[in-house]
Design a binder for this molecule. Structure first.
Ligand SMILES: Nc1nc2c(ncn2[C@@H]2O[C@H](COP(=O)(O)OP(=O)(O)OP(=O)(O)O)[C@@H](O)[C@H]2O)c(=O)[nH]1
Ligand SMILES: [Mg+2]
Length: 476
């Protein structure tokens, strides 16, 4: 006679399973970031959509839980933080399913979404105790612009002002900034601050930042919150600006300037911004992420030209400072993030022909090159990929002067016209003068494909590889 009845055995197994479920790591805090328009909303929408559609086996061939038929299902559950906006998945899907199909709207701040993913464990301890396991996945979407502020923590107001003025004095910014800079240079720094005057000059500075981002396609925008203020819109903490020629002021007068003087007010707000905005974001959110994907649209700056691309390079460098925590005493004292996997994804890869994808990855790698070496030193697992969250084109061949050339075909954004083109070669290295002088990149924005069915997984490029890198080990 068996010592335990089957019922008893199952009960015990269930208990052991519950215990392990509690002790094993079954939770991932995934952060998605990138500068505005880099493709964060499209990425999260597609990733969630692939999981909710139970993998759609063919579509997720490189995601082991699906490939090995261990993926059961995913569903949305109530998000973790009640005070953070919900990622608006429904709205994004509705836009894509509309006729004609639309891209989801631009978003402005931080948002969250939580999924419960059920799967059959394969290699983990869980397989001995329970049939199914659940991975809870928290996804946070936040603007890369917020990371651009990190270097401010290491700077005094004087240093920051100097750096900003030297940026503003160069092309292409100077053309737009000259009048504003003159206005600041005429302002008496030691006179009592006039609240309205300061608000007004800060407003023009903010408008300049918007022009740099949206009209010139530049990436280095500081302070980042000025263009993406979220709940801080209109607060005095966002009403300051860099001051010119502080080093030419009388040292004593500057140091002794009262808090109510122009310079004193600007300095105090700068410090408050650092403390309450920059540091708080790191403490409240950044510290809690386990895994991070940084999205970058390298193609639009390539299309815009040299200044835009160089600025992206600088911005990526600034963003990467957030991962240099092992190197700098300030950051290691302030934060000890636990990120163990970091992915860089070059988005919108469906805009270029497939043989260009290796170049796109290599370009992306060079943009983060210095950093990559330093981070791998800190034992973070890093990978770069070229992806399309929502593939909007088809590939084909066309003949040009008797030669077959690869082409992409899709509906041009705006006109909706079916367009076939060879957009040009992506440089495998950071472009030099010769590239800018002799190469032409002809990039067209595409509308999403029409007639995507509501309950079918969205077409994509390499989202399965992203899932495998970011979640595969947690679902083994
Ligand atoms: N062809 C193609 N275009 C894409 C893809 N992903 C994003 N885009 C384009 O890039 C635009 C911006 O994408 P979003 O996902 O809204 O970018 P975001 O980073 O969330 O932007 P913000 O909300 O402004 O910060 C979209 O409106 C599309 O035009 C993609 O996979 N393929
Ligand atoms: Mg968005």
């Amino acid at each position: 006679m068996p010592l335990l009845s089957q019922d008893k055995f199952d009960q015990l197994k269930q208990k052991a399973g519950n215990l392990l479920n509690r002790t094993l790591d079954q939770h991932v805090n995934l952060a998605v970031t990138g500068l505005s328009r880099s493709g964060k909303t499209a990425f999260i929408t597609s990733l969630v959509n692939q999981l909710l559609n139970e993998g759609g086996e063919k579509q997720l061939a490189f995601f082991n839980p699906v490939h090995q038929e261990r993926f059961i299902a995913a569903k949305r559950i109530t998000q973790k933080h009640m005070h953070v906006a919900r990622f608006d998945y429904e709205n994004a899907i509705n836009a894509l399913n509309q006729s004609p199909s639309q891209w989801p709207q631009a978003t402005t701040g931080i948002s969250e979404l939580r999924l419960a993913i059920k799967y059959k464990p394969k290699d983990s301890l869980l397989k001995y105790t329970t049939e199914l396991a659940t991975l809870t996945l928290d996804i946070t979407d936040y603007p890369g612009e917020w990371l651009l502020d990190l270097p401010m923590l290491n700077m005094t107001y004087e240093q920051w002002s100097e750096q900003m003025f030297s940026l503003l004095s160069e092309q292409p910014r100077v053309e737009f900034a000259a009048t504003w800079m003159k206005k600041v240079s005429e302002l008496d720094p030691l006179k009592p601050a006039d609240e309205l005057e300061i608000a007004d000059i800060a407003k023009t500075y903010t408008e300049l930042l918007h022009t740099f981002r949206h009209q010139l396609g530049l990436s280095v925008i500081q302070p980042g919150r000025f263009i993406l203020p979220g709940e801080l819109a209109g607060a005095p903490i966002l009403e300051f600006f860099p001051f010119t020629d502080i080093d030419k002021l009388d040292g004593n007068a500057y140091q002794n300037a009262s808090d109510s003087s122009v310079i004193g007010t600007l300095k105090a707000r700068f410090l408050e911004y650092r403390e309450r905005v920059v540091k708080q974001f790191y403490k409240k959110h950044f510290l809690k992420f386990d895994r991070q994907i940084v999205l970058a649209d390298c193609l639009t700056p390539l299309n815009n030209g040299k200044a835009s691309f160089e600025d992206l390079k600088l911005a990526m460098n600034m963003i990467m400072q957030s991962y240099h925590y092992g190197q700098s005493s300030l950051f290691s004292r302030l934060f000890s993030p636990k990120i163990d996997k970091l992915m860089f994804a070059a988005t919108k890869a469906d805009h270029v022909t497939p043989e260009q994808h290796t170049h796109l990855v290599s370009l992306m790698n060079q943009l983060v090159h210095g950093t990559k070496q330093q981070i791998s030193f800190n034992a973070i697992d890093i990978k770069s990929l070229a992806i399309a969250s929502i593939k909007s084109t088809d590939y084909g061949q066309s003949s040009h002067q008797g030669q077959a050339i690869p082409v992409v075909r899709g509906l041009a954004q705006g006109t909706g016209k079916l367009t076939t083109l060879f957009p040009g070669a992506v440089p495998a290295k950071l472009p030099d003068e010769d590239y800018w002088a002799n190469h032409h990149f002809n990039f067209v924005s595409f509308a999403p494909k029409q007639g995507m069915a509501e309950h079918e997984a969205l077409p994509h490029l390499r989202i399965d590889q992203v899932l495998q890198f970011l979640l595969g080990d947690k679902m083994s």
